[in-house]
Design a protein around this ligand. Structure first.
Ligand SMILES: Cc1cc2nc3c(=O)[nH]c(=O)nc-3n(C[C@H](O)[C@H](O)[C@H](O)COP(=O)(O)OP(=O)(O)OC[C@H]3O[C@@H](n4cnc5c(N)ncnc54)[C@H](O)[C@@H]3O)c2cc1C
Length: 521
């Protein structure tokens, strides 16, 4: 068969009166592979309805695996773990770090870095509350080492989860050789179904000297904190790292093309954040693009489209991400991708090849960890759990962990229907009445005028993400403004503003200008 090993021959084990291949991994693979690939237990195979159905029909038995997952990130790990838990024979390959972007070079280490920055700012703010704070200094290498220990622990947790579920894990890169065949490291593997969960990677603008800049993947392992950084980009990764580095003591400039950062977010959030960036001492350069980068010894010179040049220790590109499909051999399997690499799928995550699925960031729909994991779970339940289901991408809440953070759920004012009611509050949060920090909180509700349903909620300010998660439940459940109004607040909190917003600020007026926000303080 020309393959390293095959699941179609070899020892069989008897389980519950049915003939099963040996747990998860085929039996006749060479001994050299045995150490590399753990043998899963598949303890739950005998009782699982999927296994019984498959055993009865003998589907998928010509292949090594019922499902092979390419990519051990948020989507792939969840899919593999739940599918194996349903009793499927699952293989999963990861060539870099288990847990993928989120755990290693995304959400988790990023949030730890935000926390590190906030501690420093909090120490300054504490003076306003009577604390005698002496000069504080941040130990960057010590912090990075502590962060890496935690990430290492999480890596282990992910592989442990997969092994306990009975999946066969491959620490290797996978690529297609054909519609059912993969090259995984040095091994040929076949699978009845294949899922592509290879995520995304940072993009660099095509300008001279682009390689002299770092991208987010690098930012988590810098040996020292750069004294002066220029962030290029106005998206969430750019504003988050601007806040982190400024909070830790770097001089930061941020350069973006749009008039305001965070294109696609609510306009009041965007304006509020631009103000907050400047209030944090960040140099904001909007309406400009990078043209080229030059090295000046260890320093970098970033030339801008307005003719200005900024010299700094580090240029940091946060200029978007692209689906990770290079070298996957999609053509060998007949899978089509869009020009930027995104793999189109139907509502059940099927690519144009019906037994090949794609999920998570590689589909470039809503690139968030909870979406990727929800998709993985739904696909596993659909294929192997006898519970077909789909994920709705409506009303998915999200946050930007800028300093201060912002969070959002539902429609923005720009996208709200004509006539929608807009309620806005803008105030100095309690902690900054004493800290002396110039920082505002902004909260906004958008209400459908006909149904009274709250169709959008937006917040900029401390704890925005934590608050928005609760509101997302209410909005997903279809809460009306009257429901918000009859909810009694928790006092004293910032969140109580969301249930005490009584005065309509303006109406969405597609025929003309909306009224200006009231200057509520
Ligand atoms: C800096 C940053 C901050 C972020 N912050 C947040 C946040 O706060 N909240 C949030 O919800 N989302 C955040 N995200 C987005 C989030 O990380 C992604 O949406 C999520 O990780 C997508 O999961 P995934 O499984 O699709 O892809 P990934 O997590 O990227 O996993 C894909 C995996 O596939 C592996 N792989 C690729 N090709 C192959 C191959 N051929 N063979 C084997 N393995 C392969 C990769 O090594 C990778 O580990 C952030 C992203 C970044 C970059």
């Amino acid at each position: 068969m020309g393959r390293g090993w095959s699941g179609s021959t070899g020892a069989r084990k008897r389980t519950g009166g049915m003939t099963l291949p040996p747990a998860g991994a085929p039996a006749n693979r060479p001994d050299r592979d045995r150490a590399a690939i753990p043998f899963p237990s598949h303890a739950n195979r005998a009782t699982n309805p999927y296994v019984r159905r498959r055993e009865n029909r003998m589907i998928g038995m010509n292949h090594d695996f019922d499902l092979f997952v390419i990519g051990g990130g948020s989507a792939g790990v969840r899919l593999a773990r739940i599918a194996a838990g349903h009793g499927a024979r699952v293989g999963i390959a990861e060539d870099r770090h288990w847990g993928g972007t989120c755990v290693n070079i995304g959400c988790v280490p990023k949030k730890l870095m935000v926390m590190a920055a906030e501690y420093g700012l909090g120490a300054t703010d504490a003076r306003g509350f009577g604390w005698d704070m002496r000069a504080v200094a941040h130990d960057w290498p010590g912090f990075i080492a502590a962060k890496d220990r935690e990430i290492g622990r999480l890596n282990g947790a992910y592989t442990g989860l997969l092994e306990r579920a009975g999946a066969t894990i491959f620490n290797a890169r996978a690529r297609f050789l054909g519609p059912h065949t993969l090259m995984v490291g040095e091994q040929h593997v076949t699978a009845d179904r294949i899922a592509i969960a290879t995520g995304g990677q940072p993009l660099r603008p095509a300008i001279p000297g682009a390689d002299l800049a770092i991208v987010s993947d690098d930012a988590f392992h810098l040996p020292a904190r750069p004294e002066h950084v220029v962030m290029v980009g106005g998206g969430y990764i750019a504003v988050e790292f601007a806040g982190i580095l400024a909070g830790l003591g770097s001089k930061v400039d941020i350069v973006y093309r749009q008039p305001l950062p965070l294109r696609g977010f609510d306009p009041d959030l965007r304006a509020g954040l631009a103000e907050a960036l400047a209030a944090n001492g960040i140099g904001v350069h909007h309406g400009v693009e990078p043209v080229r980068i030059e090295a000046a010894g260890a320093r970098r010179r970033l030339h801008l489209s307005n003719g200005h040049m900024i010299e700094a220790d580090c240029v940091f590109f946060a200029t978007g991400r692209a689906p990770n499909v290079a070298g996957l051999g999609l053509d060998k399997a007949g899978v089509t991708a869009r020009p930027g690499g995104a793999i189109p799928i139907d509502e059940d995550y099927r690519t144009n090849v019906p037994h090949i699925f794609a999920l998570g960031d590689v589909t470039d729909r809503l690139n968030l960890t909870p979406v990727a994991t929800a998709e993985g779970h739904a696909l596993a339940d659909t294929l192997f759990g006898n519970r077909p289901r789909r994920i709705s991408l409506a009303n998915v809440a999200s946050a930007v962990f800028s300093i201060p953070p912002l969070a959002t759920v539902g429609v923005t004012e720009d996208a709200a229907p004509d006539g929608a009611k807009v309620f806005v509050a803008r105030f100095t949060p309690m902690r900054h009445t004493l800290s002396g920090r110039a920082r505002k909180t902004m909260m906004k509700l958008i209400v459908d005028a006909e149904t009274d349903q709250v169709i959008g909620a937006h917040m900029l300010g401390e704890d925005a993400a934590e608050i928005m998660q609760g509101l997302a439940v209410a909005i997903t459940a279809g809460a009306t403004k009257a429901d918000f109004d009859r909810t009694i607040g928790i006092h004293p909190t910032a969140a109580e503003e969301f249930v005490t917003l009584r005065t309509e600020t303006r109406r969405v007026n597609r025929g003309g200008e909306s009224a200006k926000p009231r200057a509520a303080e």
